[in-house]
Design a protein around this ligand. Sequence first.
Ligand code: NZQ
Ligand code: ZN
Length: 385
Amino acid sequence: MQNFDYRNPTHIVFGQDRLAELNNLVPADAKVLVLYGGGSVKRFGTLDKVLAGLGERQVVEFGGIEPNPQFDTLMKAVEMVRAEKIDFLLAVGGGSVMDGTKFIAAAAPYQGDEASLLKHGFAPPPIDGALPLGTVATLPATGSEMNMGAVVSYQGGKFPVMHPLLFPQFSFLDPSLTFSLPKVQVANGVVDAFVHTLEQYVTFPANGHIQDRTAEGILKTLIEVGPQTLAEPENYEARATLVWSATCALNGFIGVGVPQDWTTHMIGHELTALFGIDHGQSLAIIQPSVWKLRKTEKREKLLQYAERVWDITEGDEDQRIDQAIAKTRDFFESLGVKTRLSEYGVERGGIDKVVQALEAHGMVALSERGDLDLSVSRAILEDAY
Ligand code: NZQ
Ligand code: ZN
């Protein structure tokens, strides 16, 4: 196992009808900016419950954070934070609202060029403070509710921002707030959580036994509960299991001390930025082809995944790996998520644009070994078409 530090300070408040407890968690004298997306939290009553939970506090609202939050939109909120002297941010929504809020928390007190905060990749940007934030998560997918990462869209690209100051202080996870999700978003969420787990697991062996067994548990759970919660959206226990799976998939725990490979996400981000393909859908397109092109590098973990997650024991090694790839694709398809780039209305010539974007964004040495160059990315995209 590699050396690691692990600290996760987010207080999770899990369960139904707990929003009144906001009153205990937001400082009594805070001036709060409540941030949300395109209006689902208004339509389904979540915003009213949040405002009730905040009681007598001074509250300002900022709505309209779009999926794949745009830098320009978030900067409007930054101006509002500065003008209104806001001292606490409360995100009410999915990953886009939570991520956007994290960026605002970093950018509002920042003295320099805010766009420069997007240029540090997985390394922390040079901030020495951030506004405190909490979240009320309405979409199980990204894990943003319990991690220090955000992804911001800017000038045709998607850029991660990661800093320990951006962990939410608390996150409310009420599965019943997610009952109103359209099926496509639930399916996207299952795929996103599944691929987060895979990218910290299907690399090369590193004696991360706890991490591996936990990852396998999350994957098997998603395979069981994904179809169930799609079919029965108001089955509380099934949805609760999905919500907690998605959080556990990307709260850092399974990724400590082991190699990670974010290739699928990095290529997927370009598909979203260029063609507007949903985040979860972009991952379903890319993941099977990454494995097809990287069978040799990932051989041991792919075999472990085949046996422990899909119970595949018949056939020689290559056959078992091929079966595991096919099972994974079938799983995504069974959720209603298409797995071919051509099925999303993208012309074959679009592959050139993706490769150019990867190059422009410095994504030229991906994978757990840093040896996945643009020629392999192109081959992955060709295979995924
Ligand atoms: O905007 P509203 O009206 O709220 O509607 C949203 C949006 O249209 C809707 N929605 C959310 N909760 C709902 C609901 N509709 C009905 N009922 C509810 N309870 O769902 C739509 C999609 O929301 P969005 O927040 O965009 O989805 P998701 O949670 O999948 O977030 C995707 C974003 O997260 C980033 C992605 O890149 C993308 O920008 N990621 C963030 C990560 C992180 N912070 O760690 C990691 C991920 O890999 C991912 O990259
Ligand atoms: Zn993701």
